[in-house]
Ligand binder design. Structure first.
Ligand SMILES: [Zn+2]
Length: 652
């Protein structure tokens, strides 16, 4: 097995590796940096302690587009070679421990450290993103994941801001209008996981059952969103520690909402950053809760941070595992039906990907996130079915214990399972790890056997058994079946459905094709449902089907913003601008508000929605277009891609 995998992917692996220095082992880093947000600059020094395992004539650090001011090797200034990418120090190094390297540097990072809000109305924040962006863009460090270092960070930042970083806060102090924050780690990690965030944050502390301090950060203006956002955090933490079977490996755990972030979340060691799109109120909890991301990033603290892939070939050891354990946490919180339905829906997406000819093997480093995350999670789910709970859990525990704070390959994990199961897993590996195809039939079989709920769902087919569907709709207790029937056969929508759960009511709001006079009040009641998606759909349907009452509905919904992408508010603005007689004096103001949502101070999700509406109205004019030009340069790839496409359409 080891050979099969290595032979096929050896070449890819060689390409995927960043440069290594096998005879140098970096042990510890003391980072001292000053952050100057006004100049968008970082400067300071880093002191490395490293061992030389075999005589070497040079060492290097990755350092992107910096000014290197001084380099000291073993306390003596040394010459260095630096062309903007790698700092190379040519020097005969004897094989011994505890060499010292000090680098002083200064830079205005173009990526990996982001300064947001210091020159506009957005919240003033500085934050970093190492994975995919290179920590070496703001800190001379190692892009290669295979040398793990114990980092201690001392950060000077303008006072009155909170500074959060990996590790334990040990002390601080003030110098003039600057404040020093010192964080210490006691265990090693790859450089891509180094992180800091600066902002006007408050925090609340909770503790896991095992006594780990969990610091939950928020902006004081968001205090009402604190509880829904962080709901179940302690349950998730306690569940994962118990399920994984190995204690949480780091000193503490922090979670920090980030404005204008790149991703949903990033699992920096002991300090998860997540998009403030997930700072949500009670209602949005139903639409877009943080629960899955919360569990996913926490699972990475073991899978990714404690045991780390040697290269992108083994990326599923991070993402597949984090996705699988997040699903298990959801099963623990929301039950089996929820869990199996999510698996079923992810199987359908994977099948669709295969049908489009885009399926790839789990060990192909070029696979997309659907494959790494969801095929990866499916692989673990099926592996557990094959070897049984006991063997699976023992294997996970042994694997983590054997490789903690080291780097791993897929074989390291699979060999451990084979050993503990005392079974040959070659056939399993061929099907789940090596094949480009997702074994959809095998997956559906498994779900049919394990979940009568999903089985009932799969077997409901209104296209084949049209006549039966009305009956099933009134008889079944399965909400997902009801939603499926409503979606496929909107004609079957009837007043009784308004007595159902908010999820079924949402399907009614989304799929209704008309509103009968007698049902008007039922539809109006949807405007108060505990879901902004339902409220948005209901407003649109009521406005469309009952034109005489448009002004009433606009008046009733004028104070709802909705999800963080403003789904209700933006629809409201567009409808208000198109309702003759409604507040004619304010039409310009409505337009200005919509336009304002396209500016740089907002998150990509809100900006994209605003751009879309303006384009739809043929009102993306000069200012909107110059905001699109700016968005084209944005570091968030979804936003920049969207902006490029919109600009191309406008030029047509
Ligand atoms: Zn992840």
């Amino acid at each position: 097995m080891r050979k099969t995998i290595s032979l096929i992917f050896g070449i890819l692996a060689a390409v995927g590796f960043s440069q290594q220095q096998p005879y140098v082992d970096f042990i510890q880093a003391e980072v001292k940096v000053t952050i100057n947000p006004d100049k968008q600059e970082v400067f300071g020094s880093v002191d490395y302690r490293f061992d030389v395992l075999k005589s070497s004539d040079s060492i290097f650090l990755d350092a992107r587009n910096m000014t290197i001011e001084e380099v000291f090797l073993n306390n003596k200034p040394v010459d260095f070679n630096y062309q903007g990418r790698q700092l190379i120090i040519k020097n005969n190094l004897r094989p011994e421990s505890n060499h010292k390297l000090r680098v002083s540097f200064r830079t205005k990072p173009s990526k990996a450290m982001y300064f947001r809000g210091w020159n506009n109305e957005a919240p003033d924040e500085v934050w970093t993103q190492g994975q995919g962006k290179y920590t070496s863009s703001w800190l001379p460090s190692l892009d290669d994941m295979n040398d793990k270092i114990e980092f201690d960070l001392s950060i000077m930042a303008p006072k009155d801001y909170a500074v959060v970083a990996n590790g334990k806060y040990v002390e601080g102090g003030y110098i003039d209008d600057m404040q020093r924050w010192e964080y210490n780690m006691d265990l090693p990690m790859s450089s891509y996981l180094v992180a800091l965030a600066i902002g006007r944050y408050d925090k609340r502390m909770i503790y896991s059952n095992s006594g780990i301090p969990i610091e939950l950060y928020y902006r004081s203006s968001d205090s009402i969103k604190f509880e829904p956002t962080y709901r179940y955090t302690k349950e998730i933490f306690d569940f994962l520690e118990n399920e994984i079977g190995l204690a949480y490996p780091w000193q503490n755990y922090k979670q920090i909402p980030i404005h204008d972030f790149l991703y949903a979340g990033m699992e920096n060691t002991g300090a998860t950053f997540f998009s403030d799109d997930f700072m949500i109120d009670e209602i949005a909890f139903n639409d877009n809760s943080y629960v899955n991301v919360n569990a996913h990033e926490l699972a990475h603290q073991w899978f990714g941070n404690m045991v780390t892939e040697t290269s992108g070939v083994h990326h599923w050891l991070h993402e597949g595992f984090a996705s699988y354990y997040a699903l298990l946490a959801e099963q623990h919180l929301f039950g089996d039906s929820h869990f199996y339905m999510k698996l079923y829906k992810s199987a359908l997406k994977l099948e669709e990907q295969d049908l489009a000819g885009n399926g790839t093997s789990l060990l192909n480093p070029k696979s997309n996130s659907l494959t790494f995350y969801e095929k990866g999670a499916w692989t673990l789910f099926m592996l557990r079915e094959l070897v049984g709970d006991h063997v699976f859990k023992s294997s996970i525990k042994e694997y983590l214990n054997a490789y903690k704070f080291k780097n791993v390959e897929t074989d390291d994990f699979m060999d451990m399972v084979e050993k503990i199961a005392d079974t040959d897993l070659t056939a399993f590996e061929k099907q789940w790890l090596l094949s480009d195809d997702f074994p959809i039939e095998r997956a559906i079989d498994a779900l049919n056997q394990m979940s009568p709920y999903v089985q009932g769902y799969i077997n409901t087919n209104c296209e084949v058994e049209q006549s039966k569907c009305a009956e099933i709709l009134s008889d079944t207790f399965n909400d997902d079946i009801k939603i499926k029937i409503i979606t496929e056969q909107p004609d079957l929508i009837n007043p009784d459905l308004f007595d159902e759960s908010w999820k079924v009511r949402q399907a009614v709001a989304l799929n209704s094709k008309s509103i009968a006079d007698n049902d008007r009040e039922l539809y109006e009641s949807l405007l108060d449902d505990p879901s902004y998606i339902t409220r948005e759909a209901a407003l649109y349907k009521l406005w469309t089907f009952l034109p005489d009452k448009r002004m009433v509905y606009l008046e009733r919904t004028k104070d709802i913003f909705g999800l963080s992408d403003g789904n209700v508010r933006l629809l409201w603005l567009v409808l208000a601008m198109n309702t003759s007689g409604f507040d004619q004096d304010s039409i310009k103001q409505f337009y200005s508000e919509l336009l304002e949502y396209t500016t740089d101070i907002h998150n990509p999700s809100l900006r994209i929605r605003a751009f879309n509406y303006l384009a739809m109205l043929d009102m993306c004019l000069d200012e909107c277009q110059s905001n699109l030009e700016l968005a084209k340069q944005h570091y968030n790839w979804q936003l920049s891609k969207f902006a490029r496409q919109e600009l191309a359409k406008l030029k047509d």
